[in-house]
Design a protein around this ligand. Structure first.
Ligand SMILES: [Zn+2]
Length: 855
């Protein structure tokens, strides 16, 4: 960072906050708030001006008082919208020492889902009810109160809210005092928080109901929700209590504050936010009915709750010094959530599911427009651009790779050491590597620096050298940059199985010049990324590849089989093999039983389906039916009561594919019946019910469309409502489809959902281009209506438009409509679209030939 950048985006350290005494009076009906703050500060050198952050706030004025009775007035307040700062000009110099800064201010409760904002819902009498709530990460606390809004400027927060007596008000600390004022309002005082960053402050005010507290190892936890949704809170309370206790044990540190409330909000731009003790969520990420929801829907809630609770220590107690460290905060919480949920429900095999996330990261990270995980962050846009696949998923995947390489216990001990060393403080990324290195004696910093500071990942080639040893070499997996010289220190588990059945696994480090390993026997079967955990792709020489085929494949773990399919599809995308050979390859998986392996196969086949028309498409559908039928027949169409969740989920996934990709008339009829039954309250397995909603939509008429809208409003759970909402984007009637598009800019669709609904509409096989045209034509309205952090979603469906003229139109549009808060993500989206255009050009002919009557 240059000195200019430093001054531009970092506040001077002359005045440092210690404790904010905040009093806020939100007026929900008027959509505004009035605030005062008394901030205890240390003046470190004499100042005649105080610089802090403020945006869209009207600061009336204030003064400084010193501990020894001195007083300095603020003679002028200058707001600089561009740097989001307030300059408080003092009428006399304030000398070093302890002072209290008093400020009076007011602001609007905005509708942009950031800062102090309004969320609305329909009350029992049909009228609109308002919740005033907050979302501050990364840099929006400054919209709610003047503040030193940088993560290392930690302070204690003492929050007081003055609200109408019938409202529920929550903040980070527990309520410790309640007084009724002369005007009938109540004054609620919340306990001081631990010292923490501004982005973790929260307050929520509305007609919310609260569950009874559940004791989680001495920490009271509750769920807050709009009236009537209490029955959907039990699952979150259970996973929340489990995770809180589990993390306290894993980290070896008790929960660092007094209580935890989980709050479900009708309008929320992100999935959830780890405000200390006052965690906010989208409703669908917190409220769920286990009896009627799918494994995937429950997993979403479990993972989200665990992720936010993981942050209470990693993020809230120990915090990144600056936003460049955001990736570690998020990657670590992603990783820890998997561990906690795995301990909660081992039968969900979450690390197998995580392979899907790893695939998504591998795909983005193969692009020329990828980035290093960590990079210098200057502006708020730089920080906001970090909330992406590479941060959460690649970051989570490389932490898993490191944990498995070091061993789970040694890794945990290193984490404990790190948290003890830095509690209540701020850190840089290398502080974690250093703690792990001190604990384990392994060169953690050197290994991880190759993964953190360089984009991309290696392809590991394995072959039998002339001397009979196994030889591992690496080069960057980067189709667009074949000569790239980047190298990594690659932790790799290698399993060898000899012909007499003996199995050995070695942990090796493949360095820039490769690595070798003796063969356990000349005919050993070698699995080079055992467990499928390292963030690499693998290429075997012909001899070793031959040994992995056939019966040896059955001995592979689900993740290893998954990795084979993943590498095979990547080879199709990068042009090193054909789509038709992928179709032949997956015929070997007809008796596959693992959900993620099937999901991956079906992803590849759905792409193939997009590239086919006419008779070849009919023959492709025959092929799909033949591929899927053995599994469906084995599973049957009805779930038995004692069946594992993953088996039910597999049935739903395969049944949907049989009906949609296979266009199977019997499956379509069956699904239509199930959708009607489920809608009528019948006892239908959730996975089949959910699949049926999607299937019926792809063949739906106007009557179905109207019923779907009804279910969007009347659905009992957020999950049911969302199933129907997103399924609306699958209808194939242009008129119905257009009416859906138009509704995304009306009150029929919440702004928190609309960008994702439009993105889904862009993936519609037949009508996606209409969705894209709608997005482009209404860009200004969308920018105005949707949260800035969700705008990039509007572009995310573009790669499904794989005709050259579509690609040109999208690219041209974005040359004049940049998305500065997600510039790199946009580049990646556009590059992926070009890749899929090229794939289509190759695959159309290849697949048409392969699926032709004459072959
Ligand atoms: Zn997070």
């Amino acid at each position: 960072m240059t000195e200019d950048d430093e001054q531009r985006y970092r506040l001077p350290r002359t005045v440092m906050p210690r404790r904010y005494g905040l009093v806020l009076e939100p007026d929900l009906a008027a959509g505004s708030f009035v605030g005062t703050e008394d901030v205890a500060v240390d003046v470190r050198e004499a100042v005649s001006e105080i610089v802090m952050n403020a945006v869209d706030l009207d600061i009336a004025g204030g003064y400084l008082t010193s501990e020894d009775g001195g007083r300095v007035e603020i003679s002028e307040v200058r707001l600089d919208p561009e740097t989001e700062r307030a300059h408080l000009v003092l009428d006399a110099q304030a000398d070093p020492g302890g002072w209290t800064l008093h400020l009076d201010f007011r602001g609007e409760l905005n509708d942009k889902l950031v800062g102090f904002y309004r969320s609305t819902y329909q009350g029992p009498d049909g009228g609109t009810e308002v919740i005033a709530t907050t979302h501050f990460e990364a840099t929006d606390a400054r919209r709610a109160f003047p503040s030193w809004d940088e993560p290392d400027l930690k302070a204690v927060f003492g929050v007081t809210l003055i609200v109408a007596p019938d409202l529920t008000a929550l903040s980070n600390g527990p309520e410790i005092q309640r007084t009724t004022l002369d005007d009938g309002r109540v004054r609620l005082v919340f306990a001081d928080t631990m010292s923490m960053s501004t982005y973790l402050v929260a307050f929520v005010v509305g007609h919310l109901e609260l569950t009874d507290p559940v004791d989680a190892g001495g920490v009271p936890t509750r769920v807050a929700h709009v009236p009537g949704k209490g029955p959907l809170a039990a699952f979150a309370l259970e996973i929340g209590a489990h995770s809180l206790k589990w993390f306290a044990e894993y980290y070896g540190i008790p929960y660092p504050d007094a209580k935890v409330d989980h709050i479900a909000l009708p309008d929320f731009a992100q999935g959830a936010m780890e405000n200390l003790g006052c965690i906010t969520y989208r409703e669908a990420a917190l409220l769920v009915d286990p009896a009627t929801s799918t494994h995937g829907e429950q997993l979403d809630v479990a993972e989200t709750v665990a992720h936010e609770l993981a942050h209470m220590w990693f993020g809230d107690l120990v915090t990144m010094r600056w936003w460049n460290g955001l990736w570690l905060n998020e990657a670590f919480a992603t990783f820890m959530a998997m561990l906690a949920v795995d301990a909660y429900r081992p039968d969900w095999e979450v690390w197998n599911q995580f392979a899907r996330s790893r695939s998504a990261a591998l795909e983005v990270d193969a692009l020329a427009s990828t980035r290093s995980i960590e990079y210098p962050v200057h502006s708020p846009d730089d920080a906001n651009g970090m909330f992406d696949t590479l941060t959460y998923l690649k970051g989570g995947a490389i932490l898993r790779m490191l944990e498995q390489y070091l061993g789970a216990d040694r890794f945990r001990d290193g984490i404990r050491r790190y948290l003890r060393q830095h509690e209540h403080g701020n850190t840089e990324t290398h502080d974690l590597w250093d703690a792990l290195e001190e604990e384990t004696g392994e060169p953690v910093r050197r290994i991880m620096d190759t993964w953190i500071w360089q984009g991309g990942y290696p392809l590991i080639s394995v072959n039998i050298a002339d001397d009979g040893t196994l030889r591992f070499s690496q080069r960057r997996y980067s189709p667009s940059r074949p000569d790239d010289e980047t190298k990594w220190a690659v932790p790799l588990l290698v399993r060898q199985t000899t012909s007499d059945g003996r199995e050995t696994t070695d942990a090796i480090l493949v360095e820039a010049d490769g690595a070798t390993l003796p063969m356990r026997s000349p005919d050993a079967v070698v699995v080079a990324n055992a467990g499928g955990i390292s963030f690499v792709r693998v290429w075997y020489d012909e001899v070793l590849a031959g040994r992995l085929a056939g019966s040896a494949m059955r001995a592979l773990s689900p993740l290893e089989r998954y990795a084979l399919v993943d590498d095979a599809w990547a080879a199709v995308v990068d042009g090193s093999t054909t789509a038709s050979s992928f179709c032949r390859f997956v015929e070997g998986f007809a008796d596959e039983t693992e959900l993620p392996v099937w999901q991956l196969i079906l992803t590849g086949l759905s792409w193939c389906d997009r590239f086919l028309e006419g008779e070849p498409r009919d023959l492709f559908r025959d092929y799909v039916r033949k591929l899927l039928h053995p599994s469906i027949d084995r599973l049957g169409w009805e779930a038995s009561p004692d069946e594992p969740d993953l088996v039910r989920a597999l049935r739903g996934t395969l049944a949907q594919a049989l009906a949609v990709l296979g266009d199977d008339p019997e499956a379509k009829a069956q699904m239509r019946e199930l959708e009607g039954e489920a809608r009528g309250g019948g006892d239908v397995d959730a996975h089949l019910a959910s699949a049926a909603v999607q299937v019926v939509a792809t063949n739906g008429d106007g009557g179905d469309f109207a019923r779907y809208w009804q279910m969007v409003h009347d659905g009992v759970t957020p999950q049911e409502q969302l199933r129907y909402l997103y399924a609306l984007a699958r209808f194939r009637d242009p008129e119905l489809f257009d009416s859906l598009l138009a509704s995304t800019l009306t009150d029929d669709v919440r702004p928190q959902d609309a960008p994702f609904l439009l993105a889904t509409a862009t993936t519609n096989r037949d009508l996606g281009e209409r969705a894209w045209r709608f997005i482009a034509e209404h860009w200004d309205a969308e920018m105005d209506r949707f949260a800035a952090s969700n705008i990039i979603s509007l572009a995310s469906g573009a790669r499904f438009l794989s005709l050259p003229e579509q690609q040109r139109a999208v690219e041209e549009f974005f040359t004049t409509h940049p998305i500065p808060q997600a510039g790199l993500m946009l580049d990646q989206t556009l590059e992926r679209q070009r890749i899929y255009v090229a794939l289509r050009e190759r695959a159309e002919k290849d697949l048409a030939q392969s699926f032709s009557g004459s072959s």
